[in-house]
Design a binder for this molecule. Structure first.
Ligand SMILES: Cc1cc2nc3c(=O)[nH]c(=O)nc-3n(C[C@H](O)[C@H](O)[C@H](O)COP(=O)(O)O)c2cc1C
Length: 208
């Protein structure tokens, strides 16, 4: 179980897979984590397009509670404007232990790879890299161009964990939430949290 005072940044950008973001957020909140949340303009659109108006950023807390249960109340969300480059998490002096960009668009991937820091998501990611803290990038695109592949390599070389939105099927998922649980579990592991979001591999596939 995480230290209740632990702070993690979550960035949601305009790639498909908003449910990966909401499941990750809920899993962190259930652990009493303080989440510094940044959602890009297209991240806001994808939350609503894929999960409905009830998942709009302004109503996200209620959405998380309705979908994942009241235990999300154990944590806190501090929402930042992506335009606010003066936010706490824009500085390495802020005690944020790690950050996940989930899902991560190819545009934001490129910006992180090249250290552009034009908005708070890009800047906070740059801070994680320069401070040698955990940065988990969850890209989603298919197929991928050579520049996109190279940008992933650049991020990995800079110290980020590249964790593509590629759920596994050996756990015999039955629902979209099963797929989201798997990805959220991988993200929590990469951020250093223990979890039981999917069963550990036993050496044999579960029966369909
Ligand atoms: C419905 C929809 C789905 C999209 N899916 C993806 C995607 O899966 N991956 C991606 O890289 N971009 C995707 N895009 C394009 C990005 O949203 C776009 O490049 C945007 O500028 C990303 O900006 P952001 O990184 O600031 O959120 C999608 C756009 C829309 C409208």
């Amino acid at each position: 179980m995480a230290d209740a005072r632990q702070t993690v940044a979550i960035a949601v950008t305009g790639a498909s897979g908003a449910v990966y973001a909401t499941r990750t957020l809920a899993a962190l909140l259930e652990r009493g984590v303080h989440v510094e949340l940044i959602v890009s303009d297209y991240g806001r659109r994808l939350l609503r397009d894929e999960l409905g108006d009830q998942a709009s950023v302004e109503r996200l807390r209620d959405f998380l509670e309705a979908r994942y249960g009241g235990s999300v109340a154990a944590g806190e969300i501090n929402l930042h404007s992506n335009r606010d480059l003066g936010a706490t998490i824009a500085s390495g002096s802020h005690g944020c232990s790690g950050m996940a960009i989930v899902p991560c668009s190819m545009k934001t991937l490129a910006a992180v790879a090249h250290g552009l820091s034009r908005n708070l998501i890009e800047r906070a990611a740059d801070v994680m890299l320069k401070e040698r803290r955990r940065l988990v990038v969850v890209p989603r695109e298919t197929p991928m161009s050579l520049p996109q592949l190279r940008n992933m390599v650049l991020c990995a070389e800079a110290g980020a964990t590249l964790l593509p939105a590629m759920p596994a099927f050996y756990q015999m998922p039955k629902t979209i939430d099963d797929l989201a649980d798997f990805m959220a579990g991988k993200i929590l592991s990469a951020l250093g949290f223990e979890h039981e979001l999917y069963p550990a591999w036993t050496g044999q596939a579960r029966q369909p």
